[in-house]
Design a protein around this ligand. Sequence first.
Ligand SMILES: NC(=O)c1ccc[n+]([C@@H]2O[C@H](COP(=O)([O-])OP(=O)(O)OC[C@H]3O[C@@H](n4cnc5c(N)ncnc54)[C@H](O)[C@@H]3O)[C@@H](O)[C@H]2O)c1
Length: 327
Amino acid sequence: MKLLVTGGAGYVGSVCARVMVDAGHDVTVVDNLSTGNRDAVPEGARFVEGDVSAVAEDVLADGDVDGVLHFAAQSLVGESVEAPEKYWYGNVVESLALLEAMRRTGTPRLVFSSTAATYGEPDAVPIVESSPTRPTNPYGATKLAIDHAISSYTVAHGLAAISLRYFNVAGAYAGAGENRRVETHLIPIVLQAALGHRDSVKIFGTDYHTDDGTAVRDYIHVHDLAQAHALALEAAVAGRHALYNLGSGAGFSVRQVIDTCREVTGIDIPVVEAPRRAGDPAVLIASSDKAIDELGWQPVKTALPTIVTDAWEYIRALGDRAHSATA
Ligand SMILES: NC(=O)c1ccc[n+]([C@@H]2O[C@H](COP(=O)([O-])OP(=O)(O)OC[C@H]3O[C@@H](n4cnc5c(N)ncnc54)[C@H](O)[C@@H]3O)[C@@H](O)[C@H]2O)c1
Protein backbone atom coordinates (compact mmCIF):
# COMPACT_ATOMS: atom_id res chain seq x y z
CA MET A 1 0.00 0.00 0.00
CA LYS A 2 0.97 3.61 -0.44
CA LEU A 3 0.74 5.20 3.01
CA LEU A 4 0.95 8.60 4.66
CA VAL A 5 2.17 8.43 8.27
CA THR A 6 1.63 11.65 10.21
CA GLY A 7 3.81 12.01 13.30
CA GLY A 8 6.25 9.41 11.99
CA ALA A 9 9.22 11.13 13.66
CA GLY A 10 7.63 10.57 17.08
CA TYR A 11 7.80 7.50 19.27
CA VAL A 12 4.82 5.38 18.19
CA GLY A 13 4.71 6.76 14.64
CA SER A 14 8.37 5.99 13.96
CA VAL A 15 8.01 2.38 15.12
CA CYS A 16 4.84 1.93 13.03
CA ALA A 17 6.47 3.59 10.01
CA ARG A 18 9.40 1.17 10.32
CA VAL A 19 7.10 -1.84 10.54
CA MET A 20 5.21 -0.61 7.45
CA VAL A 21 8.43 -0.03 5.46
CA ASP A 22 9.69 -3.49 6.49
CA ALA A 23 6.38 -5.00 5.32
CA GLY A 24 7.00 -3.54 1.84
CA HIS A 25 4.66 -0.53 1.98
CA ASP A 26 5.53 2.77 0.33
CA VAL A 27 5.66 5.24 3.24
CA THR A 28 5.75 9.03 3.39
CA VAL A 29 6.16 10.59 6.84
CA VAL A 30 4.79 14.06 7.58
CA ASP A 31 6.02 15.58 10.84
CA ASN A 32 6.66 19.11 12.09
CA LEU A 33 9.33 17.87 14.54
CA SER A 34 7.61 19.73 17.41
CA THR A 35 8.21 16.74 19.67
CA GLY A 36 9.69 14.24 17.22
CA ASN A 37 13.26 13.63 16.04
CA ARG A 38 14.35 13.73 12.40
CA ASP A 39 16.65 10.72 12.91
CA ALA A 40 13.70 8.61 14.09
CA VAL A 41 12.14 8.58 10.59
CA PRO A 42 13.01 5.11 9.29
CA GLU A 43 15.31 4.58 6.35
CA GLY A 44 13.24 3.78 3.30
CA ALA A 45 10.48 6.30 4.13
CA ARG A 46 10.19 9.71 2.45
CA PHE A 47 10.11 12.64 4.87
CA VAL A 48 8.16 15.87 4.48
CA GLU A 49 8.67 18.40 7.27
CA GLY A 50 5.68 20.56 8.19
CA ASP A 51 2.33 20.77 9.91
CA VAL A 52 -0.26 18.23 8.80
CA SER A 53 -2.57 21.11 7.86
CA ALA A 54 0.13 22.65 5.64
CA VAL A 55 1.62 19.67 3.81
CA ALA A 56 -0.62 16.56 4.00
CA GLU A 57 -2.82 17.55 1.07
CA ASP A 58 0.23 17.90 -1.20
CA VAL A 59 1.30 14.37 -0.28
CA LEU A 60 -2.21 13.06 -1.00
CA ALA A 61 -2.69 15.16 -4.13
CA ASP A 62 -1.85 12.41 -6.66
CA GLY A 63 -4.91 10.56 -5.41
CA ASP A 64 -3.17 7.19 -5.17
CA VAL A 65 -2.46 7.03 -1.44
CA ASP A 66 -4.28 4.01 -0.01
CA GLY A 67 -4.32 5.01 3.61
CA VAL A 68 -3.29 7.40 6.37
CA LEU A 69 -1.95 6.46 9.79
CA HIS A 70 -2.56 9.56 11.88
CA PHE A 71 -0.26 9.74 14.92
CA ALA A 72 0.59 13.46 14.89
CA ALA A 73 -0.69 15.10 18.07
CA GLN A 74 0.07 17.03 21.19
CA SER A 75 -0.21 14.48 23.98
CA LEU A 76 0.87 15.86 27.36
CA VAL A 77 -2.06 15.66 29.77
CA GLY A 78 -0.80 18.30 32.20
CA GLU A 79 0.09 20.74 29.44
CA SER A 80 -3.38 20.30 27.95
CA VAL A 81 -4.90 21.55 31.21
CA GLU A 82 -2.65 24.64 31.25
CA ALA A 83 -2.73 25.44 27.53
CA PRO A 84 -5.93 23.91 26.08
CA GLU A 85 -5.68 26.12 22.98
CA LYS A 86 -2.55 24.22 21.93
CA TYR A 87 -4.62 21.01 22.03
CA TRP A 88 -7.81 22.25 20.35
CA TYR A 89 -5.75 23.75 17.51
CA GLY A 90 -2.93 21.20 17.44
CA ASN A 91 -5.17 18.14 17.66
CA VAL A 92 -8.68 19.05 16.49
CA VAL A 93 -8.02 21.74 13.87
CA GLU A 94 -5.02 19.83 12.46
CA SER A 95 -7.04 16.60 12.27
CA LEU A 96 -10.00 18.34 10.59
CA ALA A 97 -7.57 19.67 7.99
CA LEU A 98 -6.38 16.10 7.42
CA LEU A 99 -9.94 14.79 7.07
CA GLU A 100 -10.68 17.52 4.55
CA ALA A 101 -7.50 16.75 2.59
CA MET A 102 -8.49 13.08 2.53
CA ARG A 103 -12.03 13.92 1.36
CA ARG A 104 -10.81 16.25 -1.40
CA THR A 105 -8.23 13.76 -2.69
CA GLY A 106 -10.42 10.66 -2.33
CA THR A 107 -8.03 8.96 0.11
CA PRO A 108 -10.00 5.94 1.29
CA ARG A 109 -8.61 4.70 4.66
CA LEU A 110 -7.69 6.20 8.01
CA VAL A 111 -6.26 4.66 11.17
CA PHE A 112 -6.32 7.15 14.03
CA SER A 113 -4.38 7.14 17.33
CA SER A 114 -7.07 7.62 19.92
CA THR A 115 -6.43 7.05 23.60
CA ALA A 116 -7.60 5.60 26.90
CA ALA A 117 -7.91 9.23 28.02
CA THR A 118 -11.19 9.46 26.06
CA TYR A 119 -12.82 7.30 28.75
CA GLY A 120 -11.69 9.30 31.79
CA GLU A 121 -12.34 7.70 35.17
CA PRO A 122 -13.99 4.30 34.53
CA ASP A 123 -16.99 2.91 36.42
CA ALA A 124 -15.59 -0.58 35.90
CA VAL A 125 -12.43 -2.29 34.66
CA PRO A 126 -11.44 -3.74 32.28
CA ILE A 127 -12.61 -0.85 30.09
CA VAL A 128 -14.58 -1.94 27.02
CA GLU A 129 -15.33 0.14 23.92
CA SER A 130 -18.94 0.72 25.02
CA SER A 131 -17.80 2.27 28.33
CA PRO A 132 -18.87 5.89 28.86
CA THR A 133 -16.51 8.51 27.43
CA ARG A 134 -15.99 11.23 30.05
CA PRO A 135 -12.50 12.65 29.51
CA THR A 136 -11.06 14.42 32.54
CA ASN A 137 -8.63 16.68 30.64
CA PRO A 138 -8.48 18.61 27.35
CA TYR A 139 -6.10 16.07 25.81
CA GLY A 140 -8.72 13.31 26.13
CA ALA A 141 -11.50 15.70 25.12
CA THR A 142 -9.72 16.69 21.89
CA LYS A 143 -9.09 13.06 20.96
CA LEU A 144 -12.75 12.24 21.59
CA ALA A 145 -13.80 15.22 19.45
CA ILE A 146 -11.65 13.88 16.60
CA ASP A 147 -13.26 10.44 17.01
CA HIS A 148 -16.68 12.09 16.62
CA ALA A 149 -15.54 14.00 13.53
CA ILE A 150 -14.20 10.79 11.98
CA SER A 151 -17.53 9.03 12.62
CA SER A 152 -19.43 11.70 10.74
CA TYR A 153 -16.97 11.62 7.82
CA THR A 154 -17.43 7.86 7.50
CA VAL A 155 -21.22 8.27 7.34
CA ALA A 156 -21.30 11.29 5.03
CA HIS A 157 -18.30 10.66 2.78
CA GLY A 158 -17.72 6.90 2.86
CA LEU A 159 -14.36 7.08 4.62
CA ALA A 160 -13.11 3.74 5.99
CA ALA A 161 -11.81 4.47 9.49
CA ILE A 162 -10.54 2.74 12.58
CA SER A 163 -9.65 4.46 15.85
CA LEU A 164 -7.27 2.57 18.09
CA ARG A 165 -7.52 3.57 21.74
CA TYR A 166 -4.13 2.82 23.22
CA PHE A 167 -3.41 2.50 26.90
CA ASN A 168 0.24 3.02 28.00
CA VAL A 169 2.59 2.30 25.13
CA ALA A 170 6.10 1.22 26.08
CA GLY A 171 9.17 -0.70 24.89
CA ALA A 172 11.22 -0.18 21.74
CA TYR A 173 11.74 -1.84 18.39
CA ALA A 174 14.62 -1.94 15.92
CA GLY A 175 16.38 1.16 17.25
CA ALA A 176 13.19 3.22 17.65
CA GLY A 177 11.90 4.15 21.10
CA GLU A 178 10.99 6.92 23.51
CA ASN A 179 13.32 9.94 23.32
CA ARG A 180 11.23 13.00 24.13
CA ARG A 181 12.39 16.45 25.19
CA VAL A 182 9.72 16.38 27.91
CA GLU A 183 9.15 12.92 29.33
CA THR A 184 6.03 12.08 31.36
CA HIS A 185 5.80 8.30 30.86
CA LEU A 186 6.71 6.06 33.77
CA ILE A 187 9.03 3.48 32.19
CA PRO A 188 11.40 5.95 30.43
CA ILE A 189 11.41 8.12 33.58
CA VAL A 190 12.45 5.16 35.76
CA LEU A 191 15.12 4.14 33.24
CA GLN A 192 16.45 7.71 33.06
CA ALA A 193 16.81 7.56 36.85
CA ALA A 194 18.67 4.26 36.46
CA LEU A 195 21.10 6.00 34.11
CA GLY A 196 21.56 8.85 36.61
CA HIS A 197 19.81 11.37 34.35
CA ARG A 198 17.32 12.00 37.18
CA ASP A 199 17.93 11.93 40.92
CA SER A 200 14.91 9.76 41.70
CA VAL A 201 11.46 8.60 40.61
CA LYS A 202 8.35 10.04 42.25
CA ILE A 203 5.55 7.65 43.17
CA PHE A 204 2.35 9.68 43.15
CA GLY A 205 0.01 8.03 45.66
CA THR A 206 0.73 5.03 47.88
CA ASP A 207 -2.73 4.79 49.45
CA TYR A 208 -4.85 3.55 46.53
CA HIS A 209 -7.07 0.49 47.06
CA THR A 210 -4.71 -1.72 45.09
CA ASP A 211 -2.51 -4.62 46.24
CA ASP A 212 0.53 -2.45 46.99
CA GLY A 213 -1.20 0.94 47.32
CA THR A 214 0.14 2.37 44.05
CA ALA A 215 -1.81 3.02 40.85
CA VAL A 216 -2.22 0.23 38.31
CA ARG A 217 -1.89 0.77 34.56
CA ASP A 218 -2.01 -1.36 31.41
CA TYR A 219 1.20 -1.39 29.31
CA ILE A 220 1.28 -2.38 25.66
CA HIS A 221 4.49 -3.09 23.75
CA VAL A 222 4.96 -0.68 20.85
CA HIS A 223 5.64 -3.54 18.41
CA ASP A 224 2.36 -5.26 19.31
CA LEU A 225 0.72 -1.88 18.75
CA ALA A 226 2.30 -1.56 15.30
CA GLN A 227 0.94 -4.99 14.37
CA ALA A 228 -2.55 -3.79 15.31
CA HIS A 229 -2.14 -0.84 12.91
CA ALA A 230 -1.24 -3.18 10.06
CA LEU A 231 -4.36 -5.26 10.77
CA ALA A 232 -6.54 -2.14 11.10
CA LEU A 233 -5.45 -0.88 7.67
CA GLU A 234 -6.63 -4.15 6.14
CA ALA A 235 -9.85 -4.30 8.17
CA ALA A 236 -11.16 -0.77 7.59
CA VAL A 237 -14.49 -0.79 5.73
CA ALA A 238 -15.86 2.12 3.65
CA GLY A 239 -18.61 4.02 5.46
CA ARG A 240 -17.76 2.53 8.86
CA HIS A 241 -15.87 3.87 11.86
CA ALA A 242 -14.74 1.09 14.18
CA LEU A 243 -13.11 1.62 17.57
CA TYR A 244 -10.78 -0.78 19.35
CA ASN A 245 -9.03 -0.64 22.71
CA LEU A 246 -5.44 -1.81 22.72
CA GLY A 247 -3.76 -2.87 25.93
CA SER A 248 -2.23 -6.03 27.27
CA GLY A 249 -5.27 -6.79 29.42
CA ALA A 250 -3.01 -6.96 32.46
CA GLY A 251 -2.32 -4.25 34.96
CA PHE A 252 0.98 -3.47 36.63
CA SER A 253 1.36 -1.18 39.62
CA VAL A 254 3.85 1.69 39.75
CA ARG A 255 5.87 -0.29 42.31
CA GLN A 256 5.86 -3.39 40.09
CA VAL A 257 7.18 -1.30 37.20
CA ILE A 258 9.96 0.17 39.35
CA ASP A 259 10.88 -3.26 40.77
CA THR A 260 11.00 -4.73 37.25
CA CYS A 261 13.24 -1.85 36.11
CA ARG A 262 15.53 -2.54 39.09
CA GLU A 263 15.72 -6.23 38.17
CA VAL A 264 16.35 -5.60 34.47
CA THR A 265 18.98 -2.88 35.02
CA GLY A 266 20.55 -4.29 38.19
CA ILE A 267 20.43 -0.74 39.59
CA ASP A 268 18.78 0.25 42.88
CA ILE A 269 16.73 3.14 41.46
CA PRO A 270 15.88 5.71 44.18
CA VAL A 271 12.21 6.54 44.73
CA VAL A 272 10.40 9.36 46.54
CA GLU A 273 6.82 8.90 47.71
CA ALA A 274 4.49 11.81 46.96
CA PRO A 275 0.74 12.46 47.35
CA ARG A 276 -1.72 11.36 44.67
CA ARG A 277 -2.15 13.65 41.66
CA ALA A 278 -5.64 15.02 41.10
CA GLY A 279 -7.59 13.02 38.54
CA ASP A 280 -5.33 9.93 38.57
CA PRO A 281 -7.63 6.86 38.76
CA ALA A 282 -6.51 3.87 40.86
CA VAL A 283 -6.75 1.28 38.09
CA LEU A 284 -6.88 1.62 34.28
CA ILE A 285 -6.95 -1.67 32.39
CA ALA A 286 -8.20 -2.24 28.85
CA SER A 287 -10.22 -5.09 27.52
CA SER A 288 -8.69 -5.77 24.09
CA ASP A 289 -11.09 -8.65 23.38
CA LYS A 290 -12.76 -6.79 20.50
CA ALA A 291 -9.43 -6.21 18.70
CA ILE A 292 -8.46 -9.84 19.30
CA ASP A 293 -11.83 -11.17 18.02
CA GLU A 294 -12.45 -8.81 15.10
CA LEU A 295 -8.95 -7.79 13.91
CA GLY A 296 -7.26 -11.08 14.77
CA TRP A 297 -4.74 -9.15 16.85
CA GLN A 298 -2.39 -11.28 18.97
CA PRO A 299 -0.20 -9.29 21.36
CA VAL A 300 2.91 -11.32 22.15
CA LYS A 301 5.22 -9.01 24.07
CA THR A 302 2.97 -8.70 27.10
CA ALA A 303 5.45 -9.60 29.87
CA LEU A 304 6.64 -6.54 31.76
CA PRO A 305 10.33 -7.67 31.83
CA THR A 306 10.24 -7.95 28.01
CA ILE A 307 8.84 -4.44 27.63
CA VAL A 308 11.35 -2.98 30.10
CA THR A 309 14.31 -4.87 28.63
CA ASP A 310 13.58 -3.52 25.13
CA ALA A 311 13.19 0.04 26.48
CA TRP A 312 16.42 -0.29 28.50
CA GLU A 313 18.46 -1.50 25.51
CA TYR A 314 17.13 1.41 23.45
CA ILE A 315 17.74 4.11 26.07
CA ARG A 316 21.26 2.88 26.80
CA ALA A 317 22.13 2.88 23.11
CA LEU A 318 20.98 6.50 22.71
CA GLY A 319 24.09 7.95 24.33
CA ASP A 320 24.54 11.60 23.29
CA ARG A 321 21.31 11.52 21.25
CA ALA A 322 19.23 11.28 24.46
CA HIS A 323 17.28 14.44 25.24
CA SER A 324 17.88 15.81 28.69
CA ALA A 325 15.44 14.54 31.30
CA THR A 326 12.65 16.93 32.11
CA ALA A 327 9.14 16.05 33.19
N1 LIG B 1 2.61 7.06 23.94
C1 LIG B 1 1.48 6.64 24.50
O1 LIG B 1 1.51 5.96 25.55
C2 LIG B 1 0.14 6.93 23.84
C3 LIG B 1 -1.03 6.44 24.45
C4 LIG B 1 -2.26 6.71 23.84
C5 LIG B 1 -2.33 7.41 22.66
N2 LIG B 1 -1.18 7.91 22.11
C6 LIG B 1 -1.29 8.68 20.86
O2 LIG B 1 -0.36 8.15 19.93
C7 LIG B 1 0.16 9.17 19.09
C8 LIG B 1 1.66 9.17 19.11
O3 LIG B 1 2.11 9.38 20.45
P1 LIG B 1 3.66 9.43 20.80
O4 LIG B 1 3.79 8.99 22.20
O5 LIG B 1 4.43 8.75 19.73
O6 LIG B 1 3.91 11.01 20.73
P2 LIG B 1 5.15 11.83 20.12
O7 LIG B 1 5.04 13.20 20.69
O8 LIG B 1 6.41 11.05 20.32
O9 LIG B 1 4.83 11.86 18.55
C9 LIG B 1 3.96 12.77 17.95
C10 LIG B 1 4.61 13.25 16.66
O10 LIG B 1 3.72 14.11 15.95
C11 LIG B 1 4.43 15.27 15.51
N3 LIG B 1 3.41 16.33 15.40
C12 LIG B 1 2.63 16.84 16.37
N4 LIG B 1 1.76 17.73 15.86
C13 LIG B 1 1.99 17.77 14.52
C14 LIG B 1 1.38 18.48 13.45
N5 LIG B 1 0.36 19.32 13.63
N6 LIG B 1 1.87 18.29 12.21
C15 LIG B 1 2.91 17.44 11.97
N7 LIG B 1 3.50 16.74 12.95
C16 LIG B 1 3.04 16.89 14.22
C17 LIG B 1 5.49 15.50 16.56
O11 LIG B 1 6.60 16.25 16.11
C18 LIG B 1 5.89 14.05 16.90
O12 LIG B 1 6.91 13.59 16.05
C19 LIG B 1 -0.46 10.50 19.59
O13 LIG B 1 -1.57 10.77 18.79
C20 LIG B 1 -0.90 10.15 21.00
O14 LIG B 1 -2.00 10.93 21.41
C21 LIG B 1 0.05 7.68 22.67
